[in-house]
Structures are given as C-alpha cells and as structure tokens.
Design a protein around this ligand. Structure first.
Ligand code: MN
Length: 385
C-alpha cells in the first residue's frame, strides 16, 4: 500500500503561536514522544540551538531548519526547508518584489541550499492564493535546482477541499512523471477545513502531510495529527494509504503537549477531547454497552485513551465512587451516591469491576429515575442524539 509521510511541525509552526512557546527541555521531552508516535519528519524549528540538540538525540526522524544552515549535520537524514511566498498579495505588499525578482531569489537560495544539504524541501508560501501559472513556473525551477519535496501551503486557511485538491492535480500534470518529487500539504484551520483540505490533497496524490499535535499553530492552528491519523486509518478503505504512526501514542502526545503548555483541548475535540468517547444519551449508552460499534467508529484504547477501571473489592467505599465520578466531571449528592452505590455493587457482583463507562451509565440511570429535568452537574457533552 502507498504510504503518506507524516511531517510534524508542532515544534515550529505550533510553538510559534501565542501561548505555546516551550523551553529546550520541554521540546526535547515532546520530541521524544513525537518520535515514538512514528512521525517520518520532525521539524525542529527556527532556533539553531534547539535544532542541534534535537538532531543529535533523534536521528531517525529528520529534523531540519528553515533558512539557516547548520555548520555540521548530526541528523541521519537532514533536510533543509526553504520558503518564499508566491502569491501576488505577499509579493507586492510583504516582500515588495516582482514575480521575476522572487523567482530569481528562490533559485539563488535553492542552489545555495543544495550545496549544503542533499534533501531540500521548498514551500511556496500562500500557494493556494497564487497565480497557478506562476506557481508552476516556480515549482519547475526549484525541482530543476534539486528540491525533492514541494510543499504547497494553504497558509491562511482560505482554500476548500475541492480547490486545494485541484491545485495539486494541476501541479502534478504540469510537472509530469516525477516519482522523485514528493508533493506536500500544509493546511491552516481558519475555516475549520485544515484536516479536510489535507485529506483532499492525499486524494490528489500528495504524499506528505504537515500537521501538529492538537492542531496547534498560527491563528486557528494547523491540521491536527490525531485527526489525520485516525481518518486515514479508520477510512483506509477510502483513502487507500498507510502511515507509520502508532495510534496508541496519540492521546499521550496530546496530554503531554497540554501539560507542558497548560492549554487544554476543548472537550468536544475529535479523538483526544474528554468527550470524544463519552456517551450521554440513554439510547446511545444502551447501544454502546451491547456493542460499542453502534456508536463508536474506533475504540478509545486504539488511540491510547486509557481504559481506566475502578476495581471493586470488599474495601471499596462510597468515597471511591464519589472521587472517580468527580474526576469524570460529576458532582453527586448523598442521595444519588447511595442509589448509585447499590447499583454499582450489584453490577460488580456480576462483572468484578466496573469501568468509567459503567459508572457514567449508572449515574445517568440514577438521575433519570430521580427527575425528568436535566441534571445540573454533569459534564457538558456533545453526543449526537
Ligand atoms: Mn503554517
């Protein structure tokens, strides 16, 4: 099966967004987990010091830098990432260059980069808003200079899936048969389309996806690695490509990033949100208990969400239930707790232990019996009804 390479930019695009800066130790700690996650390329960021550090410690993924060229290259397969904007908007108002001047600068920097590094990625910033003829001209030139990865970012999150895919189809057609050149997608989430655009790009032949843990990044963020990973896995029959990712590391990576930065993901976030596998509606709980496939397209365990179990023994008291329920976001009254305890013990007699899922089902059962009015103290939930 064809493979899509996963390029993690949590430490560069993610780290440069407000509230997400990390110190060196934190970056190294997170990089270790990103490596375990099985990403193919790790973008180590701008600061030269952290690149040296990460390159030395993590030879397997391919750390690389923007613009600046290290004097020595400790990484096993270093890659240099060069970029310049290609849209008229950026050329005119930001760079104050003509198209010709930009093309000239691009080829100059590419030739320079090629002398220092075998593997060069070129990013055409704001590619999705660039003139397609000019963009193709630039791509042709950088490929001739030796670029092997062509990244065409939707820098401002403006594109739609159909448009973004069309751009790659057109570029591929103009470029001709070039198995040595990998096309890459880099999407931002300003319209909430970063993941959808990335997946559309895969359908158009893109074989590298740039993404971040928890979707962090400039403004509304980048495509979220956990969402891309599960979409490509759960719908592999549709996309027909594999990745090297170890899905069970997705949740631990998400948690580590949150704990390092102090920024939590919203509860309804796909895959890693607190409610991603929570079921509140009674009919959903009933289905889940009979067969999880009724309302779950993947198991929480498959993405590393721990299957926390509350083991009941002779010495388990009500406080254990109360504490666990509080962890799950439910404050319980004494009356609720008394009824819940009786029901839970009855279930534990049959099943020896009860899971968080059982516990949530029981608290809802108790509350449905107690009052038809919606409960005030349960956690917010987005379960579809
Ligand atoms: Mn970006």
């Amino acid at each position: 099966m064809d493979t899509v390479e996963i390029f993690d930019t949590t430490l560069r695009d993610g780290e440069q967004s407000p509230g997400f800066s990390m110190n060196r130790e934190e970056k190294v700690k997170l990089a270790r987990l990103i490596e375990e996650l099985g990403v193919d390329i790790l973008e180590a960021g701008f600061p030269i010091a952290s690149v040296y550090e990460l390159s030395a410690r993590f030879p397997r993924p391919e750390p690389f830098v923007h613009w600046r060229i290290p004097k020595d290259q400790p990484a096993a397969r270093p890659r240099l990432h060069m970029f310049l904007a290609t849209s008229d908007l950026h050329l005119k108002h930001k760079l104050r260059m003509t198209r010709e001047e930009a093309l000239d600068q691009i080829t100059t920097m590419m030739r320079f980069a090629r002398k220092h590094c075998q593997e060069i990625e070129f990013s055409a910033e704001d590619a999705s808003r660039s003139d397609m003829d000019y963009l193709c001209q630039v791509i042709q030139a950088v490929v001739e200079c030796g670029a092997t990865v062509i990244n065409l970012p939707d820098t401002v999150g403006y594109s739609t899936p159909a448009e973004y895919a069309e751009m790659f189809r057109l570029v591929r057609a103009r470029l001709g048969e070039r198995p040595d050149v990998i096309l890459s997608a880099h999407c931002h989430d300003d319209l909430g389309l970063a993941v959808a655009n990335s997946l559309a790009a895969v359908q158009a032949g893109v074989r590298q996806l740039e993404c971040t843990i928890n979707g962090i990044g400039e403004r509304a963020g980048n495509a979220a690695i956990e969402e891309l990973a599960v979409a490509l896995h759960v719908r592999q029959n549709f996309y027909g490509v594999a990745t090297h990712l170890r899905l069970e590391k997705l949740y631990p990576a998400s948690r580590m990033l949150s704990s390092i930065t102090g920024v939590n993901v919203p509860p309804n976030k796909a895959v890693v949100g607190a409610n991603a596998f929570a079921h509140e509606a009674g009919i959903h709980q009933d289905g889940i208990l009979k067969n999880p496939l009724t309302y779950e397209i993947m198991s929480p365990e498959s993405v590393g969400v721990p299957a926390r179990r509350l083991v009941l023994g002779k010495h388990s008291g009500r406080n254990a239930f109360r504490a666990r329920l509080a962890d799950l976001g439910f404050e319980t009254t004494d009356a609720e707790l008394a009824e819940l305890y009786t029901l839970a013990i009855a279930r534990a007699d049959m099943e020896k232990e009860i899971t968080d899922r059982d516990l949530i089902a029981i608290i809802h059962q108790v509350r449905r019996h107690a009052s038809p009015a919606p409960s005030s103290s349960g956690p917010a939930t987005t379960a579809a009804r």
